[in-house]
Design a protein around this ligand. Structure first.
Ligand SMILES: Cc1ncc(COP(=O)(O)O)c(C=O)c1O
Length: 370
């Protein structure tokens, strides 16, 4: 093979997805495993969404509506924004890709944090842009350092709020102070994949940041149907932004990027308030239960505004991860992120939570003995 692999592609490390259950069971010859590693919704999908998706199967011989008209109208009304301010993606992942495609040329600069969602940096690498990566400070985005790195070449700043993997949320004042400092030639992308799980008393409105009349830099909000709406498997997310920014993203997307099943599922999930509320209630209860449980095992849970949280297990996280895998419990080791003794786990069903706690207790004993 003589093909030339460009240097920027050679340098990319593939995204490490949570280990699929099927693969784990094949490898270890076990069954009944659980996965708490990808921050999915363990309670979903919404029954109404399932019904709508089933019905849509009869029409999959047709291309889907490339404008997502009905979903667009319903979501715009739900959020109180104009339909022209929304762009849908094959997961919010795809909106990240569109932003980089549309606004970053070769050599264009992008600022991200570490650790945070890995895909921001990857899309920039693919595009041949330059990543500036700022370490979190005390588990939060270091906004002062990010602002200090801004240059005339900066095109995008990605901030996941709440952050993955720490689960921390910026306060409204910190965020507003940061945005007020920035020049207006760049776009700040606030990735709000987990915004639905934020405690009610900590929530604040970010839609008002899209108002162009305040004269600040442009802001794009990213949200998803993958988490609170339980539709990770059909891949649909969206961005909310000023209409001229949305018009640019439409230019770089494929005409039918959202499949029919996803459009119908998201539309139905959006109006299934019972399922949405049940997810939030059960997630909050599960987080309290797990927090107490891991404390009883001598571990230190880190408070989180999401459906997952970090746990300091006071032992090598990757060794513990391996032991847990063999017990059929898939979690994440945070060692590769620089947190050597931390694991990340998302809230599961009641049964899964108990399974996790039992396996963690055993694994801690085994790691301690080893
Ligand atoms: C912070 C963050 N942003 C975006 C995503 C991507 O979500 P989606 O399924 O909408 O592509 C994830 C997925 O885990 C995430 O953690």
């Amino acid at each position: 093979m003589k093909i030339e692999i460009p240097e920027n592609i050679r340098a990319i490390t593939p995204y490490p997805p949570g280990k699929p259950i099927e693969e784990l069971e094949r490898e270890y010859g076990i069954s009944g495993s659980i996965k708490l590693a990808s921050n999915e919704n363990p309670f979903g999908p919404s029954p109404a969404a399932v019904e709508a998706m089933r019905e849509s199967l009869d029409n999959v011989h047709r291309y889907p509506d490339g404008s997502c008209h009905y979903l667009n109208q319903a979501l715009a009304e739900h959020l109180g924004v104009a339909a022209e301010q929304l762009v849908f993606g094959n997961g919010s992942n795809e909106i990240i890709e569109f932003l980089v495609k549309a606004f970053v040329k070769e050599g264009g600069e992008v600022i991200t944090s570490h650790p945070s969602f890995l895909m921001y940096q990857k899309f920039v690498q693919i595009r041949g842009g330059r990543n500036h990566v700022v370490e979190l400070r005390e588990m939060h985005h270091d906004l002062d350092e990010i602002a200090a790195l801004v240059s005339p070449a900066t095109r995008l700043i990605f901030i996941d709020n709440p952050n993955n993997p720490t689960g921390t949320l910026l306060t409204r004042d910190r965020l507003n102070g940061f945005l007020a400092k920035l020049p207006d030639h760049l776009i700040v992308v606030l990735d709000e994949a987990y915004i639905d799980f934020v405690d009610r008393d900590q929530r604040y409105d970010t839609l008002s940041l899209l108002d162009e009349r305040h004269g600040r830099c442009a802001v794009v909000l990213l949200r998803t149907f993958s988490k609170a709406y339980g539709l990770a498997g059909v891949r649909i997310g969206f961005g909310i932004m000023a209409a001229p920014v949305a018009a640019c993203l439409h230019k770089v997307r494929q005409p039918f990027n959202i499949n029919l099943i996803a459009q119908q599922g998201a539309l139905a999930a959006l109006s299934d308030h019972d399922f949405y509320e049940l997810t939030l209630r059960k997630t909050a209860a599960g987080k309290r239960y797990l927090t107490e449980g891991v404390r009883r095992l001598g571990c230190a849970p880190f408070p989180s505004q999401t459906n997952f949280f970090l746990i300091d297990v006071h032992t090598d996280a990757t060794a513990l991860y391996e032991v847990m895998l063999k017990k059929g419990v898939i979690i994440r080791s945070m060692k590769a992120y620089g947190f050597d003794t931390f694991i990340r786990v998302n809230v599961g069903t009641d049964v899964e939570n108990d399974r996790f706690l039992a396996a963690l207790g055993e694994a801690l004993r085994e790691c301690g003995d080893g």
